[in-house]
Design a binder for this molecule. Structure first.
Ligand code: KG4
Ligand code: ZN
Length: 333
């Protein structure tokens, strides 16, 4: 292939309507040309995502977000060479909107369609910064996942650790709510933590002494509840919880990297936007790769990047019969 190709990516797995466009150069380099996300606000009044409302809002917004993305990239629909959309995991009704839209668009344009795994998208979000070279470890920390994968070769994902209860982002969200800091909790905790004392609330390290590389946040959540009832200020609670969560995530990942002999670690997903987490990882001496700005939380560009990787690897397009899957383990692709 001697020409650059442009791939459209769509993610509607939860409460963000994301459309992104990337350019794949003949040498395999990728560049994000557009990344537009509509973050649904309709759920705030319920304190959590209402699946049916999410689906409806995706339907209402997706046309506009696509037009915005094309405008940002300075492209027309006919400039696209492939379309990728998330098929899972996520909310089935929400996933279906982007998946069907993507298939229809690919069919109408006569270009290949690729279904993408949401977590692979999160991992590939880091490919916008540095071309990923296997082997590496990938820590995906989001509102729905805390998964640690060993990636020994392209498309091979060996799960080496996962949360036993809440996801990391979920813990940030729940503790922020408890402390009255608002939603989404990650950015709220991070902001409040700057004004708090990280040593003021003692948090016990979860799963101390484990041989494996699992995660757990329920103990931190209970400790936060007790501290809140005991009169800890929101700022002190935020600073102390953030420090404990960051320490635990970094320590477990570094242990896994040593055990598996990996030097490169990709950290992605919404929680990877956390400044304290980034700083702690940067001090580990490992080669740590984070997604670029706007690519940590759910977005369409990361799905376009997954599509670009499929194109580059000359994978066969997905059949248009592919369906949405609520639970889809990231198996070897
Ligand atoms: O990847 P994402 O957009 O959605 C899922 O696939 O779940 O991640 C959203 C999660 C939320 O729980 C949010 O609170 C968290 O990412 N998050 C953060 C930060 N920004 C977003 N957590 C910690 N620090 C942040 N700065
Ligand atoms: Zn996500």
């Amino acid at each position: 292939m001697t020409e650059a190709r442009r791939i459209l990516g769509i993610d509607t797995s939860c409460d963000d309507t994301g459309v992104g466009i990337v350019e794949l150069a003949p040498d395999g380099q990728v560049r994000v040309l557009a990344n537009r996300v509509w973050s649904q606000t309709v759920h705030a009044q319920y304190g959590g995502v209402m699946p049916e409302l999410a689906s409806r809002e995706h339907v209402e917004r997706i046309d506009d977000i696509l037009q915005e993305a094309l405008k940002e990239a300075g492209l027309a629909l006919t400039d696209l060479h492939a379309v990728a959309a998330t098929s899972g995991p996520g909310l089935v009704g929400a996933l279906l909107v982007g998946l069907m839209y993507g298939k229809g668009l690919a069919q109408a344009l006569g270009v290949p369609f690729y279904s993408a795994h949401h977590l692979e998208g999160h991992i590939f979000a880091a490919a916008s910064e540095a071309l990923l070279q296997t082997p590496y470890l990938a820590l995906v920390v989001s509102g729905g996942h805390t998964h640690l994968f060993d990636v020994p070769a392209p498309g091979r994902y060996d799960l080496v650790g996962a949360t036993r209860d809440d996801a990391a982002g979920e813990a940030f969200d729940k503790i922020a709510r408890l402390a009255g800091l608002g939603y989404p909790g990650g950015p709220a905790i991070s902001e409040a933590a700057q004004r708090g004392d990280p040593g003021s609330v003692p948090f016990k390290e979860p799963l101390q002494g484990q041989q494996g590389f699992d995660f757990s946040f329920s103990g931190l959540k209970t400790a936060a509840l007790l501290a809140h009832r005991g009169g800890a200020t929101p700022e002190n609670l935020a600073a102390s919880f953030q420090q404990a969560a960051v320490k635990f995530l970094v320590k477990t990942t570094v242990r896994a990297a040593r055990a598996l002999g990996r030097r490169t670690v990709v950290v992605s997903g919404g929680v990877a936007a956390n400044a304290a987490l980034r700083e702690a990882f940067q001090q580990t001496g490992l080669n740590v790769v984070f997604p670029g700005k706007g690519l940590n939380t759910d977005n369409g560009a990361m799905i376009a990047l997954a599509g670009a990787a499929a194109l580059q690897a000359e994978k066969a397009p997905s059949p248009l019969t592919v369906g949405a899957e609520a639970y889809a383990p990231l198996a070897n692709t």
